[in-house]
Structure formats: C-alpha cells, structure tokens
Design a protein around this ligand. Structure first.
Ligand code: C2O
Length: 528
C-alpha cells in the first residue's frame, strides 16, 4: 500500500496520529504547521567566510548504486544522526529539520523578510552546490567521519536508475513516508530518458542551460533548461507520482492550515519533494541535487557548451549557511567553480559505473566558443503579446506567426548547422502558489500533443514546483528555449513560427485544470 492509498483508507483525521506526525515529524518545527509558515533561520551574527579544509582528501561522490554496503550503511547512519539531532536539540541549526528549512528560507516568501529566491535563474546551480557542501560537512561531522561524501541519484541512467534509489526506499533514516513514488515506479522517459537528456545536455547557451539573471524586484525569474526539466518534474514525480489517480481530497498530508491555501495535488505537487518549502525534508533531495550538480560539470565539458556566467555580480555573490560547527558563514559562487570545486570542496564525481558516458550520448560539434555578435541583431519576432495574460488551459495551446524574410535567412544558417543564435521566449508565466505545472514546448508541430515523441520539434519543458502554499504571492517565471538546427529546418520549411504548449501531469495525463497564464511569446536572435 503506498502513501496515497494509505491516506485514502484512513481518512485525513487519523493519519497524523498513525504516522506520528506530532511525535516525530514536527518535533523541531517551531510553528507546528506543515509546511513551515515561517522558516527563518535561528538568530545569528554577521556571517564569516567559510573555512575550507584544503588538506582533506579529495574523494568521489558516487552513484547510490555504486556504493558498497559499508558506504550505504554509512549514508544511512549519517542521516540517522541528522534526524536524532533534530530530536535532541530542535534549535541546533545543523539538525535535519533546520537543514531542510535552509532550503525553505531561500525560496521566495519562505522567510518573508529576506525576499530571497534561489530558484528561477542563475543562482540555482551554485546555491545548491554550496548547500550540498555544507550538508556533506555536517553529516560527516555528526558521524565523526571526514571521508564521508554524498551519493547521487543518476536518474539519467535510464531506465535502470530512474527509480527512487533502493536504500532510500528501505525503512530507516533515508526513507521518507511522504513520497508518492513506490519502489517499482519509473520516472517517465519524457523527463529523464535519453532523448530528453540529450537535448538538455546539448543546450549550448549559458542562459539557456543555467538560467538567467533573476530580478526579484521586477519579478523576473528566468530558469534554465536543467532547472525546468529534469529538475522540476523529478521533484514533482517523487512527491506525487500518479496525480490523476490520487483520491481527492486530501491525497497530500497537508492540513488546511489557517492562513494557507489547501494544496491541490491534482495539479502536481505534494509532500515532501513536490513542494519547495518541504523538499529537503526528504533525504533523497540531496541525492537528486547531487546529480544535478554532477550534470552541471558534465555540461561544462560538453562540446558546444558556452560555460559558466563570468560577470562579477554572479561570481562574487555570497550565500549564507550554518556550517558543521553551527557557525553562520558565507560561501561565494567563485569559491565553488572550476578547480575550486575540487580544491575547496574536496570531492570529484565518479561517473556512474554502469552507464553509457553522457558525452557519447550528446555528441555534437567539437566547438567551444562564445557566440560573437556580428553586426545588427534581428528584431524580435512576436507571436503573442498580452500584458493582461493569456490562459494556457489544459489542452495543447497553439499560436503562430509568419516568419519574415529577414529571419528566414538566419534560420537557414542555423538549419545548416550555424551557431545557435535564436531563442524562443515565453515571459510572465504565472501560477498561484499552490499549483505546480509541467508544459512541453514544441516549435513547428501545430498538432503536438501529450503523446508526441521528443524529436526535432521539441524545444524543451517548462516546469514550476509549488513553492509552498504559505507563499502568498503567485509564482512568476520567464522561460527561454535555445533553437536547434533541426527545429530551424522545420520553421524554414513552413515559413512560420508555430508554438505549441502542451500541459501535462507528471504521469503524462491531462491536467484536470490549470491556472497557468503567460504574457508574451517571442523569438530573439543574438545574445539575449
Ligand atoms: Cu531548491 Cu530542487 O530545489
């Protein structure tokens, strides 16, 4: 019996008692609500720069499947110690719930005073890398083992490892009862299968892969390809694997907390992993993010990759954490990049021992140059512009414009294998804060639908993971998709830019409803 059937059988009232919510889960959570209404950090003074242990051994982070039984037991004992700390001292900033709240208070609205949002843009990859590092140090310290390293969940070793890693499904410290995924559920191929991974990992542009400059003041949150998918859908899938089969209500174990909106799991999104505010309460979060972090390194080595951002605003940006001694510290982005990743953080990623090397999967031209702007850029080609917002709905949503001669020339060059200078933008994607969404985006395939295979017309996936229902304001994102030569060829043949948005649940079913709207769809050329 999985969690949803279990909940359905018991009814919501008795669930908390049976699962011991008040006894174990909520211990250490100040408010007693789920998810935390306010997950602000315990009080602290000014942050000091973290001290890196540059003489520690450099050791591999391995796939969970490549751990020896000793290493697997060590992983479980580290999380057991983390959970025990939350029980013995709920205010210790290193304990399990406090650690999970670090993720929560870095999500917009989780900690109202901060207005920090490390999702939806260029902070996404480096912030999570820093978070993994302090988390790894804390776990190592708690078990007195400086050689402890995290393990990653290589869901892209498909389909063999596209299941919740078995040690995380075994009763014990790595297990989380708030998951929709059962031991035999496999992540759909459209999320982590080879065809999708090839497109994501073959993305060349820095903004397209890593995300762009986020601007909370103007509500611009441009997530990159990796964050949009597979990152988001794997969260949603782990939390709620078969949303269309869930009993309603309640499905999710969120009580309808006063002041909060009830979670609507029919729209994807459920405890723990399916909601950003609670995601890091599930130990598999750290295995998931270790894989994202590993794939960032793989991407940097992939032919055509334009590499990391290199502006000082990004490089010098500090993130705050509690370290393994409970001290409030900061780490800058530059601290964790390139050779610093190894010299400061003391790990390498050992490739999955049983997988096809990703470079062989991605292929592509052996060229690593930043795209130079030569001459004037083409004007933006607008497909839709509706400042008040256009509803996407639950069925495929198609919009089209004729491509002018000026743009056809450039697209022909791209179709012939020229540099990837064209970007499709969807701006102002907006959702209420209790709803997640997954939308596949196609260009040049007017009849694309939920069964369309990933091919030349597929440009990417937009996803949004529920921040948490206490985050009062709607979530807003800007999406950008780099066009590939084969997609440009379709546009040249049709002399049209036809964009099809295909909403779907994480299991591929049609959503029962959707409140997703957007403001603009347009094409740009040159650096964006
Ligand atoms: Cu901070 Cu996977 O989300």
């Amino acid at each position: 019996m999985n969690r949803r059937q279990f909940v359905g059988a018991l009814g919501q009232g008795s669930v908390a008692a049976v699962l011991g919510l008040n006894a174990s889960r909520l211990l250490g959570q100040s408010s007693g609500h789920e998810p935390p209404v306010d997950c602000s950090p315990p009080s602290h003074g000014a942050a000091k720069h973290i001290t890196f242990n540059t003489s520690a051994q450099v050791l591999p982070r391995k796939s969970v499947w490549d751990l020896s039984s000793t290493e697997s037991a060590r992983l479980a004992s580290a999380y057991a110690a983390l959970r025990a700390l939350t029980v013995s001292n709920p205010n210790d900033p290193r304990g399990w719930m406090q650690q999970a709240n670090v993720h929560c208070f870095n999500c917009s609205g989780g900690y109202q005073a901060s207005n920090v949002e490390i999702h939806g843009g260029w902070w996404f990859l480096p912030w999570h890398r820093c978070y993994l590092h302090v988390h790894e140090r804390i776990l190592g310290k708690l078990i007195g083992d400086p050689t402890f390293r995290l393990a990653y969940w290589d869901w892209d070793t498909y389909p063999r490892h596209a299941i919740v890693p078995p040690p995380f499904m075994t009763p014990g410290a790595l297990y989380d009862q708030y998951r929709g995924a059962d031991a035999t559920d496999v992540i759909p191929a459209s999320i982590t299968g080879p065809a999708h991974m090839k497109i994501v990992m073959g993305t060349q542009g820095t903004r397209a892969f890593m995300g762009g400059v986020s601007d909370p003041v103007h509500n611009h949150f441009p997530a990159g390809a990796m964050e949009n998918s597979p990152h988001g859908p794997v969260h949603i899938w782990t939390g709620e694997t078969n949303p269309s089969e869930s009993p309603e209500p309640p499905g999710c174990l969120y009580p309808n907390t006063p002041g909060g909106q009830p979670m609507d799991q029919s729209q994807n999104g459920c405890l723990d992993m399916g909601v950003l505010a609670t995601a890091a309460q599930d130990p598999v979060f750290f295995a998931h993010h270790s894989n994202i972090d590993r794939l960032w390194d793989v991407w940097l080595q992939t032919p055509g990759s334009q590499g990391n951002w290199n502006t000082s605003t990004w490089l010098n940006h500090p993130f705050n954490f509690y370290d393994e001694n409970g001290d409030w510290v900061y780490i800058t982005v530059a601290d964790v990049l390139a050779q610093k990743e190894q010299s400061n953080l003391r790990y390498t990623y050992q490739p999955p021992q049983s997988a096809t090397p990703l470079a062989a999967v991605v292929g592509g031209q052996n060229r690593r140059t930043r795209v130079k702007t030569t001459g004037a850029k083409l004007k933006q080609l607008t497909v839709v512009s509706t400042p008040a917002g256009t509803a996407v709905g639950t069925k495929p949503h198609v919009r089209s414009v004729t491509v002018p001669q000026t743009h056809l020339k450039g697209l022909q060059a791209l179709a012939a294998g020229g540099p990837r200078r064209f970007t499709l933008h969807i701006d102002g994607l907006t959702l209420p804060s209790n709803e997640s969404t997954i939308v596949d985006v196609y260009v040049g395939e007017p009849n694309a639908n939920r069964t369309t295979e990933i091919g030349p017309s597929f440009v990417g996936t937009f996803s949004l993971v529920v921040p948490g229902m206490h985050h009062a304001h709607p979530a807003v994102r800007d999406a950008a998709f780099e066009l590939r030569p084969e997609t440009a060829a379709l546009m040249v043949g049709q002399k049209k830019l036809t964009v099809t948005l295909v909403p779907k649940l994480v299991n591929g079913a049609e959503p029962a409803k959707s409140n997703l709207t957007y403001k603009r769809i347009y094409l740009t050329e040159g650096d964006n």
